[in-house]
Design a binder for this molecule. Structure first.
Ligand code: ADP
Length: 484
């Protein structure tokens, strides 16, 4: 049983227009714990009608919310941040229970998630405009920034709290209301955030959470002309679909889509540091993040040494239920995720790769999988071009810097990439040549609320976090003042 200090944080209703409510027809969907298969509870199975109600409520709440001063909005966001930290243990337990990640990672995510509320509350006060020297003697030019209007967000299961606050934080800071559809597998983290948002003083309608049928809710969100902006984090396939659906009403878009991160170890790298970075980047959240190293390229001269050390480090990872102490890797999210991992491994083995460690489902059963390292991996294997989203490190061999750059960029994706090198000239050359929105140099961890997160190519549009993140929720207005 879920043993929360504050049991009221587990809500089994959706939150629309400041009310906790059920689906119109009373239908529900079940939410289960991936580590045990046990049912946690249910959430309302809502569709287009309830979504429309949430959008209408957001439109009604908008004028008063945008009229508040930035300082007033910032105070609400600050309070919400504080409440998240005060309830961090409960929020983390809730997250591990519905998502599977180790409790330590859940706690890390809660403070990361809260940081977006704090950061964007502060940024709210710095939404500066411009004055532009006028080409006319009798007219003046002023540029202001205004909230874009009613926003909607659709978020994934791999970061059940942080993917929400990095959309809701800047939206509210900018003066916009927002309606959220969280992932069906992890709705409780989202609903707990709504409980705390309500306690922090977010006015009714400014933040609503609609659970249920993704297609029906998504269809209403993207088709409804009242909605002016969609922010989505998830797969490239769904992102492409939502972008098409938004075309009808030309909505502003932020899309944070799939990645295929390269992780490159050059001959001159600090190998121990590279192993540490690879473990952090690859096995965090059981490999289920869009910035996880997906392709590991190792230069010929250090390949065997790196492989050996990586296998030794992987051997120390403890797999288990994320609530147990010392566990580094929880279950994968569902059976489909395990099947994709198995498919990538069997495809690689059939084409000549070898298993250096792992390779199979874990003896714990369910969706637990052994942390895996594959060697002799080549560009013709599926792991080279598709995101595995699981705990598999495929080691490719390369010989020259030019070859490495070509391999890194040989993908339609461009979210994050990493490399380890110490030659300063090489560091600049490679950092500049990589086609990605984020480059980690001699580090495997890059996420922070103060830096811009986002991709190029088919990894998406827009940036989240940092001072750039709030721009996604603002529109520029040029005022030309004549008769001076
Ligand atoms: P993942 O593979 O990470 O589950 P998805 O892109 O399938 O990625 O899911 C991310 C989010 O998009 C989830 O909240 C999911 O419910 C939602 N989603 C999936 N399909 C659709 C759709 N057709 N319309 C709207 N939302 C969708």
């Amino acid at each position: 049983m879920l043993n929360l200090k504050d049991p009221s944080l587990l809500r089994q209703q959706a939150y629309i227009d400041g009310e906790w409510c059920d689906a119109n027809e009373g239908a529900t969907v079940t939410v289960s714990n991936p580590a045990t298969g046990e049912k946690i509870g249910t959430v309302p199975d809502m569709g287009a009608q309830e979504t429309r109600r949430a959008i209408d409520a957001a439109a009604a709440a908008w004028p008063a919310w945008r009229k508040k001063t930035a300082k007033e909005r910032a105070a609400v966001l600050r309070k919400w941040h504080d409440l998240m930290l005060e309830n961090a243990d409960d929020l983390a337990l809730l997250m591990t229970t519905e998502q599977g990640k180790p409790l330590a990672e859940s706690k890390g995510e809660i403070s990361y998630a809260a940081s977006f509320l704090e950061w964007f509350g502060e940024e709210a006060k710095r939404v500066y405009g411009d004055t532009i020297p006028s080409p006319w003697p009798d007219r003046r030019i002023v540029v202001t920034k205004e909230p874009v209007g009613v926003c909607v967000a659709i978020t994934p299961w791999n970061f059940p709290a942080a993917m929400i606050t990095r959309k809701v934080g800047p939206a509210l800071a900018a003066g916009c209301p927002i309606v959220l559809k969280p992932a069906g597998l992890t709705p409780y983290s989202a609903l707990a955030l709504a409980v705390l948002g309500e306690r922090a003083g977010v006015p009714r309608g400014v933040f609503s959470v609609v659970t249920g049928d993704a297609q029906a809710i998504g269809g209403e969100m993207t088709g409804n002309p009242t909605v002016r902006k969609l922010s989505f984090t998830g797969s490239t396939a769904v992102g492409r679909l939502l972008m098409q659906q938004c075309a009808g009403t030309i909505k502003k878009l932020s899309l944070e889509l799939g990645g295929n991160a390269a992780f490159v170890v050059f001959d001159d790298a600090d190998i121990d540091a590279a192993v540490e970075g690879a473990i952090a980047s690859k096995y965090r959240n059981a490999g289920q993040t869009c910035v996880c190293a997906n392709r590991i390229y190792v230069q010929d001269g250090v390949y065997d040494q790196f492989a050996q050390k990586l296998v030794a480090a992987v051997g120390k990872l403890k797999v288990g239920n994320g609530v147990e102490p010392g566990v580094n890797q929880g279950p994968l999210i569902d059976e489909k995720a395990v099947q994709k991992v198995e498919q990538h491994i069997s495809d690689a083995l059939a084409k000549g790769a070898q298993v250096a460690t792992g390779g199979n489902r874990h003896r714990l059963g369910r969706t637990f999988f052994e942390p895996t390292v594959l060697t002799n991996v080549t560009g013709d294997m599926q792991v080279a071009s598709e995101e595995t989203f699981g705990p598999v490190a495929p080691l490719f061999r390369f010989h020259t810097e030019i070859e490495a750059i070509r391999m890194i960029n040989d993908t339609e994706f461009g979210l994050a990439s990493y490399f380890y090198a110490r030659d300063i000239g090489r560091v600049w050359r490679v950092a500049e040549a990589i086609e990605a929105g984020i480059v980690g140099v001699n580090t495997g961890l890059i996420s922070t609320e103060v830096a811009p997160f986002g991709g190029v190519k088919q990894s998406g549009l827009g940036r989240e976090g940092s001072r750039y993140g709030i721009d996604e929720y603002l529109v520029v207005k040029y005022i030309c003042m004549g008769g001076v």
